[in-house]
Design a protein around this ligand. Sequence first.
Ligand code: FES
Length: 126
Amino acid sequence: MSTIATLDALRAKREEILARQKARQNKVLINVSLATCSIAAGGKVAMEAMQDEVALNGLTNVEFMQSGCMTFCFAEPTVEITLPGKDPVVFGGVDEAKARELVTEYVMKGEPVEGIIPVTYQRVVL
Ligand code: FES
């Protein structure tokens, strides 16, 4: 990780972050928890299935991210999806079939899918 040593470097970093946030405004953000417990429960399978379904449907406005622990061990694999202009929604127990359903139903149509987990945090995306 680099350090920020000058005020100009700090300003440049700020502009970089603001530009990245602006570029994401109209995108669907899919954040897959890949903590150890999630990987053990199939988190990588869920992520790969969602990436495959996004490609199969020709979606170009989806950005994938991965995170560490989201504190939902009991419900892994978990996936947080943020539709443009909406609050993030976390889904639990995301196996391969549910991962594909999340893309075709929630991402593409905005239709709710079983397995929503109430969250108690606010996400900061830089
Ligand atoms: S260790 Fe499993 S969610 Fe944190």
